[in-house]
Design a protein around this ligand. Sequence first.
Ligand code: GRF
Length: 205
Amino acid sequence: MSSFRIAVFASGSGSNFQAILDHVNQQKLDIHIELLVCDRPGAKVIERAEKAGIPVFVFRPKDYISREMYEQEIVNELQKKQIDLIVLAGYMRLVTDTLVKPYYGKMINIHPSLLPAFTGLDAIGQAYKYGVKVTGVTVHFVDNGMDTGPIIKQEPVDIHEKDTIEELEQNIHKVEHLIYPEVIELIAEGRVRLEGRRVSLYPKK
Ligand code: GRF
């Protein structure tokens, strides 16, 4: 397998970014984070990337007249670096065709609920307040909708009566940090097939 090049997009703390980085390093995988794209100067994820010597493309959406303008700059960076997969990890923006068209099937997102339930912001809080007994984590391909793309993997997380929202958040993040690196590895090994809305996984034997 030749080196698999990923770009991670994040806006905040970057705990998923860190989990992916730690996983590829610990497992000595031939998967490399070539770029962090961040729309919030000062976000903690930038520190994490700098510490690991990973190049960062930071921008301020307000400095551009349209979303398409900054996305085109991002696409140029991705092409320069020959990125194989875009990994959205807490990137708090919708993406447009400028990114989706060239990268459909090569861009994934992680969402902290069992989609299609609780799309959008604060999915953990939405599930908690709704009172569901089971929520979870979804990894999916990205299309132009909000959390609507074809689902690659889902993992349930129980909500116990005594759980506080903080405990639920911790439980969700633990699962995210396990399954996101796993899915990236499967894609890098060519073990994920997308046909229409259906995604098939071919785990290692
Ligand atoms: C995660 O809960 C992810 O599911 C959601 O945004 C959060 C990002 O957290 N899309 P972090 O920045 O990776 O810690």
